[in-house]
Design a protein around this ligand. Structure first.
Ligand code: ZN
Length: 363
């Protein structure tokens, strides 16, 4: 069974207002799930609009990441108050929690991304973390959200850092899917890879303009946010698990095991993982194109103020056995790094990361 996309998608300016009749048809008592204080005003608007439609609406906030502690607390709130849907309004962690909770309780989920930081508003997948943000596992859900509302006016209020993070995560789609899935003899998978290539090209053309003109709602910005929040989800929906992740995400998951005072966004860490994946391809697969790709990506990542080393994520890999911990987690049995078409040993990861962190990266 494969769930390719949300059942209904509203996109563009005023998508939220246009979606209201559909929500009323679907639900009489929704729970609005959120987290950040920065998006409180938007969630208040969502709450008031639903209240005005005479819905029995309530809200709850995550206290931590998308973690089992928050999930079971919110499941209890929903069961006690007989809510019949979840409206997840926020970034990736909120969207993932809302989707997972709705899946467990067999009620519909409506996703309302409030930034372009991930494609979590689209996918039938939830990434679970500890309370401290350490990756545990990703869970396949029975279906994509019932309704996805991608309101450009909402997304325009998000900090440009979230856009940069979404761009890095979406760029990774091509580099991860093309290396892991190019030998899969399945037309849909091949087409998903081609979409991810077009997605990458679009981002190479538009993302810098979008990032710098974030508050102007220009065509580059619109193309870029939709590439990050919609098309990236479509690639995973059509291509399936192997089209979604490889070493870049495996390294992301490993890096989150080290707890740092400052938290970094999913795509910011994936971007660094992507550079390291390309180094592994260069070293282990003798891929000369990978070296070219690193140079090309570094230019764009610098322009978007994205971190390009693990040190820039606030982690010194040469302290506290951090390098060892990252390598062990990246290589654990369930890791997506094993989707790579060549064998990776611990010494490879250690060598690549150590070299990468030591060198002064020139662009
Ligand atoms: Zn991702």
């Amino acid at each position: 069974m494969q769930s390719i996309s949300p059942e209904i998608i509203f996109r563009g300016n005023d998508a939220w207002e246009k979606a209201l009749p559909q929500i009323i048809n679907l639900s009489k008592s929704p729970l609005i799930l959120g987290r950040s204080i920065y998006t409180k005003n938007l969630r208040n608007k969502i709450y008031k609009d639903l209240k005005n439609q005479n819905l029995n609406v309530n809200f709850a906030n995550l206290h931590f990441d998308c973690c089992y502690e928050d999930i079971s607390r919110i499941k209890n709130i929903i069961s006690t108050n007989n809510h019949d849907s979840v409206i997840a309004a926020g970034g990736g962690k909120v969207l993932d929690s809302g989707k997972y909770i709705a899946d467990c309780l067999n009620i519909p989920c409506i996703t309302v991304p409030l930034s372009a930081s991930t494609c979590a508003g689209w996918t039938a997948l939830s990434n679970i973390y500890t309370k401290n943000g350490q990756f545990i596992e990703d869970l396949a859900l029975r279906s994509c959200p019932k309704i996805l509302i991608y309101d450009h006016k909402f997304i325009q209020t998000a900090p440009s850092r979230t856009l940069a993070s979404g761009i890095a995560d979406a760029l990774a789609k091509w580099y991860e899917s093309s290396i892991t899935s190019s030998t899969i003899d399945d037309g849909l998978v091949q087409q998903a890879i081609q979409i991810s290539r077009v997605l990458r090209d679009q981002l190479l053309i538009d993302s810098e303009k979008a990032f710098k003109g974030q508050f102007k709602n220009n065509p580059s910005w619109r193309n870029t946010i939709e590439a990050c929040g919609l098309t990236a989800g479509l690639v995973g929906g059509i291509g399936g698990e192997k089209c979604r992740t490889a070493a870049a995400h495996a390294i992301h998951n490993a890096v989150t095991q080290i707890i740092t005072p400052n938290k970094f966004l999913h795509g910011e860490i994936v971007g660094v993982g992507l550079l390291l994946q390309l180094r592994l391809e260069e070293m282990k697969n003798n891929n000369k194109l990978a070296a070219q790709s690193i140079k090309q990506l570094l230019v764009i990542m610098k322009a978007l103020n994205l971190p390009t080393t693990i040190a820039e994520l606030g982690i010194n890999v040469f302290e506290n056995q951090n390098l060892d911990r990252i390598a062990n987690f990246a290589l654990r049995e369930k890791s997506e790094i094993h989707f790579l078409p060549f064998k990776i040993y611990k010494r490879d990861i250690i060598e690549v990361i150590a070299n990468f962190e030591q060198q002064k990266i020139k662009i």
